[in-house]
Design a protein around this ligand. Structure first.
Ligand code: SF4
Length: 435
């Protein structure tokens, strides 16, 4: 008999990767993934704890799982459960260190086989857990996790407590996963980690270790694009940027985590850079990749944030010209330094500042889409609905609707010129296959 499993994933790309990884381990045990939560035997919520709001949502999703699938075994795993094991009413609760232990626990609960002591092989939070090659839902773009944990202790963030310190995946395993996925037809690889630039930091390496790894990845047959996950500005040294420039597969799209455009707020956040350093990094990246897109995350209403600091933050965001900003109202996370900080900002002020920054982001995103009109773009086809149009992303991570008399399939890389833009998308005709 095969059991059906449904996944609900909150949070970041690392969580998406880990959901896919657990899905793979369960598939090896004969489980079948379903998109219908009401018919599943196992409902897995992969939780997030990056903010107090993420904690609240994680608890809410576990309760929802109970309602939607009353007969299923409800599993809560991930960052939120790592911090608050006792707070969830799931049937099985696993944190970030012991996710793979879920499989034997689940099998035992379903009476499939007796558990071997599930935590025997675990080395709580001190080594990278190797899932092997992980399939990803999309068949053109794969997420590859290369590192876990963080040593930075930003004052608002729970991650160093929930995931532990930096540990890197072995190069051999990373390259082998990417080779395997490239052979299966994946063309774009999103390299991700909790603190990407800390790859091999525990081995005493600096951020050039990441550059060297990416160079090795680019040599794998079938790898057409390498997209980088969230990057810390302080790790983007001129040497690393020069190395990235030498790798043609690197997508000119950089997600540089800003959090605030006010130096005094950055200090209170214990971020390891200021706006001058951020500016230098963007300038160096623009000179290495003239058409680069920049996206970021920003928090509004961090404790003590004054109107002046908020305005500085907005002005800096406009100066950089981000393509998109993920804006979050600050939500205090118990266990972090910011939880106890004085001068918590009133909720209505946070909402207003968040709306202001989002509207700046929308305006810049539209301007960016408009700037593509008349330019050539390269698109990795993700969807081919059969009506002569093709959808996908450019290397700069702008969504493109392309049309052509030629026939393409997902995974093809096509070239054409942009004729118009619609909100955040760009549109072009007469695309042809890249030779
Ligand atoms: S760098 Fe800061 S925000 Fe990012 S994971 Fe580490 S502690 Fe959290």
């Amino acid at each position: 008999m095969s059991f059906k499993v449904y996944f609900l994933t909150l949070g970041c790309k690392v969580n998406s990767y880990e959901t896919a990884a657990i899905g793979k381990l369960l598939a090896e045990e004969g489980f079948e993934e379903t998109e219908d939560p009401s018919s599943c035997d196992v409902y897995i919520v992969n939780t997030c704890a990056v903010t107090g709001e993420a904690d609240r949502k994680s608890r809410q999703m576990v309760r929802k799982a109970r309602r939607v699938a009353p007969n299923a075994i409800v599993v809560a795993m991930g960052c939120h459960t790592q911090m608050c094991m006792e707070e969830t009413d799931a049937d099985i609760v696993v944190g970030t260190d012991d996710r793979p232990a879920l499989i034997p626990i689940l099998l035992e609960k379903l009476n499939i086989r007796k558990s071997d002591n599930p935590s025997d092989d675990l080395d709580a939070g001190t080594r990278f857990f190797e899932y092997g090659s992980v399939p990803y839902q999309e068949n053109t773009r794969a997420i590859v996790k290369i590192e876990d944990g963080c040593n930075n202790f930003c004052t608002y963030c729970i991650i160093p407590y929930s995931r532990g310190r930096v540990r890197s995946r072995s190069r051999e395993a990373i390259l082998s996963e990417i080779s395997d996925m490239a052979q299966k037809g994946y063309r774009e690889f999103v390299i991700t980690g909790i603190h990407l630039c800390s790859f091999e930091k525990e081995l005493g390496r600096d951020s050039m270790a990441l550059g060297e790894l990416l160079e090795e990845v680019s040599k794998i047959k079938g790898v057409e694009r390498i997209r980088l996950g969230s990057l810390e500005p302080s790790c983007m040294t001129p040497e690393l940027i020069a190395k990235l420039k030498e790798i043609p597969a690197i997508c000119p799209h950089f997600h540089l985590s800003l959090q605030s455009g006010s130096d005094t707020v950055l200090k209170r956040m214990n971020r390891k850079y200021d706006t001058d350093l951020f500016r230098r990094v963007v300038k160096d990246l623009k000179s290495a990749f003239p058409n680069a897109s920049f996206t970021t995350d920003m928090i509004c209403g961090f404790p003590g944030e004054t109107e002046k600091e908020h305005k500085e933050s907005c002005a800096f965001a406009e100066e950089i010209g981000f393509t998109h900003i993920h804006v979050f109202p600050f939500s205090p996370r118990e266990g972090t330094k910011a939880w106890n900080m004085d001068d918590q900002v009133d909720g209505s002020v946070k909402s207003r500042r968040t709306a202001e920054l989002r509207s700046i982001s929308d305006k810049m995103e539209k301007e960016r889409a408009k700037s593509f009109v008349g330019k050539a773009v390269e698109v990795l086809v993700e969807q081919a609905p059969g009506d002569g149009t093709y959808e996908g992303y450019s290397k700069e991570y702008v969504r493109v609707i392309a049309s052509s008399e030629e026939k393409f399939v997902p995974g093809d890389i096509i070239l054409g010129t942009v004729n118009e833009f619609r909100d955040f998308e760009i549109i072009g005709r007469d695309f042809t296959e890249k030779s």
